[in-house]
Each structure stands twice: as structure tokens, then as C-alpha cells.
Design a protein around this ligand. Structure first.
Ligand code: GLT
Ligand code: MN
Ligand code: MN
Length: 389
């Protein structure tokens, strides 16, 4: 049985250079692990069984690299990809580390910073496409404020829109096969970040010049930092045709940004998420945007990466069992049963249907007496997850 928990390319598991490459620096402590080169990371990911590797421009090419250095780094990276068979499905821009971005990138008050952010992103898009990326993520970690005395949030929305519109035109102009995935986060590193949730991003996307090119990259930890139900957010994005990418990890509600190993904390949420992705047939990357505990050495980093993938596959198998479990499916069917007498009223609006429905009578008291048996259903789900079913 454990063989079935071994990752294969068909699982589309990916990690960022910045995830397994995380050196364990935090606001209170220095790095605890030596930096691995991009080539070393590609080999590490191949060793643990990942399918792909994603990167920010500066994870691969340092911000101050010369053109010659850039060419050498890209050549070495391509060679490592060819040697291992790893692919690059997604790329992104670092618009948050450099001090120039301390007041934001696309939403900075300084027009020169906004222009520089656009230039940096166009160059990073070129780099990502050169390496095979078909999805381009925008995480606006610095696109926010500590105090709203500093800028009008309406202007920030307009600035962000102007940037995304400019960049979708750039992609079309170049003839690139590239879609954008916007990643929300409520706070950290800014006090508040604009477009804090998946729902906010979905609303924003509808206002763009090329909404068909733009979707979302929901991150489990980010919705949970906002106290929200991640599964519902992903479901809405999927239903809207906007689930272009996904960042899997874990997070304790209301804490700082933890980026924990997938499924290491909210196991039930992780289960329903995997079940949703598998049930609807999501066929994009399963990207783990997380990092190992600060206590770990490089072997611990591999344990972390293997753990993310293994937990996903275990939960996938649990989802199949849930779907095949006669008692569970019976309870679900029962909860939805009955109501033959109202079938005629259901469906799209017609004037006749509305009139008939207005005149119908309902036994409201009987509806209120019905037990839905959700306690049993949830207990069966928990027993399945706990391994006794
Ligand atoms: C950073 C952030 C993530 C984003 C990455 C992409 S960078 O690690 O915490 O949520 O997905 O920019
Ligand atoms: Mn995160
Ligand atoms: Mn993320």
C-alpha cells in the first residue's frame, strides 16, 4: 500500500526554489542552514520525487548579476533540468525583498518605483518563459500599508490594475503562452495588504482589460491567517474558472505566517481540499509553498518535502474511500432526498413557475423537525481520517 504514496510526475508536485532553499532566517534569528544553489535544489527535488520547480527571478539570478553571470546561471540551471527531467511550470517576480520596494511595487507612491517594478517584471517574465513557465504568479507582499494616511486605497487599486493591464498586453505582444495567477494575503510583511483574500482578487480580476488571462493562486495559509475557510475559497475560484495555480501548506489560525508542511496542522481542511481538487479534476500544479522547521538540517528539509507529497497522496486515497463508502454516501443521499412534490417549481425562472411557487403550501414545522444526521456523517469522516475505518 505504501507504494501508492510515492509521487509520480502525474501528481504534478512542485516546490519553489525559495521553499526547500529556505535557510531558516526569522525576525529573531540568523540562518540555520547553508544556502543551496539552484542546481543543488533541482537535484534535491529530483531525489525526493518532485515533478517541477518554480522560482522568483532573483532566486535564480541575483538582482545585481551581470549579463554574463545571468547567462551562465541560466545555462547551468537548464542543464540541471535536462539531467533530472524536472520542469518549470510557474515563475514569479521578487517585488518585496529589495529596499526599493519598501512602499510597495506596483502601488508604491513613487512613480519611479512603479516603473522599475514593471521593468523588473517584464524581464522576469522573459526569464520564466525561456525556462518553460506557462503560469506567472503575482504575490504583492509589499502592496499595502502600515497606515492609510499614506495613500488613498482607491488609487492603489487603480495603480495595481494599470500594472496588470500593462503586463497582460506585454505578454500578448510577445506572443507568450502565459497566464497570470494573483495571490492574495491579508498581511505580513505589510500591516495590511491590498486584495486580502481570494474573493477580493476574483472581484478585481473582473475589472481587468484581459480577465481571461488572469486567475488566482490561493494559498492555504493566507486564507487561514484571515480566519477563512480555504476549501470554500478554492471552490469559488474553481467554479469561476479561475483556479490557475494553488499554494499548499498549513497554518495555525491567527498566528504569524508559518508556511508549515502541508497537512501538518489542519488535517481536516487538508482532506477536504484534496478531495475537492481531485473530485473536480483540477489538473494544474500542486505547488507546496512551505518550508521546513528551523530546527532542520538538509535531511530534515528532504523529510519536509517528502512529507508534503506523501500526505497529499494519503489524503487522495482517503478521498477515494470517502467517495466509495456506502454508509457515508447513503447519509449524503438521504440528506438530499425527498421533495418530489416541489420538483415542478425548481429550475430556471419562468413566470408560471414563480406564480405556482408563490401559491404552494409548505409544512414548515415538518421541515424544521428533520434531522440531517451530520453528526454521524462527520464522525464517519473522522474515523476514516483517523485510520479506523
Ligand atoms: C513568498 C510568499 C509566498 C508567495 C511566493 C511567491 S514568495 O514566499 O510567502 O506566499 O507565494 O511570490
Ligand atoms: Mn505563505
Ligand atoms: Mn504563496
Amino acid at each position: 500500500m505504501s507504494e501508492s504514496y510515492t509521487p509520480t510526475p502525474a501528481d504534478k508536485f512542485t516546490f519553489g526554489l525559495w521553499t526547500v532553499g529556505n535557510i531558516g532566517r526569522d525576525p529573531f534569528g540568523e540562518p540555520v542552514r547553508a544556502a543551496l544553489s539552484p542546481v543543488q535544489i533541482v537535484h534535491l527535488l529530483a531525489e525526493v520525487g518532485a515533478w517541477g520547480v518554480n522560482f522568483h527571478d532573483n532566486d535564480l539570478v541575483p538582482i545585481d548579476a551581470t549579463p554574463a553571470e545571468r547567462d551562465r546561471i541560466v545555462r547551468d540551471f537548464k542543464a540541471a533540468l535536462a539531467e533530472t527531467g524536472l520542469v518549470v511550470p510557474m515563475a514569479t517576480t521578487n517585488l518585496f525583498t529589495d529596499p526599493a520596494f519598501k512602499d510597495g511595487a506596483f502601488t508604491s507612491n513613487d512613480p519611479r518605483v512603479r516603473a522599475y517594478a514593471l521593468q523588473k517584471t517584464m524581464r522576469a517574465i522573459d526569464l520564466g518563459v525561456e525556462l518553460g513557465a506557462s503560469t506567472y504568479v503575482f504575490w504583492g507582499g509589499r502592496e499595502g500599508t502600515e497606515t492609510d494616511a499614506t495613500k488613498n486605497p482607491v488609487d492603489s487599486v487603480k495603480r495595481f490594475r494599470e500594472a496588470i493591464n500593462f503586463l497582460t498586453e506585454y505578454v500578448r505582444d510577445q506572443g507568450y503562452n502565459l497566464r497570470f495567477a494573483l495571490e492574495p494575503k491579508p498581511n505580513e510583511p505589510r500591516g495590511d495588504i491590498y486584495f486580502a483574500t481570494v474573493g477580493a482578487m476574483l472581484g478585481f480580476i473582473a475589472t481587468l482589460d484581459h480577465p481571461e488571462m488572469v486567475g488566482v493562486n490561493p494559498e492555504m495559509a493566507h486564507e487561514q491567517m484571515a480566519g477563512l475557510n480555504f476549501v470554500h475559497a478554492v471552490a469559488q475560484a474553481w467554479e469561476a474558472g479561475k483556479l490557475f495555480h494553488i499554494d499548499l501548506n498549513d497554518q495555525v489560525y491567527s498566528r504569524y505566517d508559518q508556511d508549515l508542511r502541508f497537512g501538518s496542522h489542519n488535517i481536516k481542511t487538508a482532506f477536504f481540499l484534496v478531495k475537492l481538487l481531485e473530485d473536480v479534476g483540477y489538473d494544474g500544479s500542486r505547488h507546496f509553498d512551505a518550508h521546513a522547521y528551523r530546527t532542520e538540517d538538509v535531511e530534515g528539509v528532504k523529510d519536509f518535502a517528502r512529507g508534503c507529497m506523501r500526505t497529499y497522496l494519503i489524503l487522495k486515497e482517503k478521498a477515494q474511500r470517502f467517495n466509495a463508502d456506502a454508509e457515508i454516501q447513503g447519509l449524503l443521499a438521504e440528506a438530499q432526498a425527498g421533495g418530489e412534490e416541489v420538483a415542478a417549481y425548481q429550475g430556471a425562472y419562468t413566470a408560471e413557475r414563480a406564480a405556482a411557487l408563490k401559491a404552494a403550501t409548505f409544512d414548515r414545522a415538518a421541515l424544521g423537525r428533520k434531522g440531517y444526521a451530520y453528526e454521524r456523517l462527520d464522525q464517519l469522516t473522522m474515523e476514516l481520517l483517523l485510520g479506523v475505518r
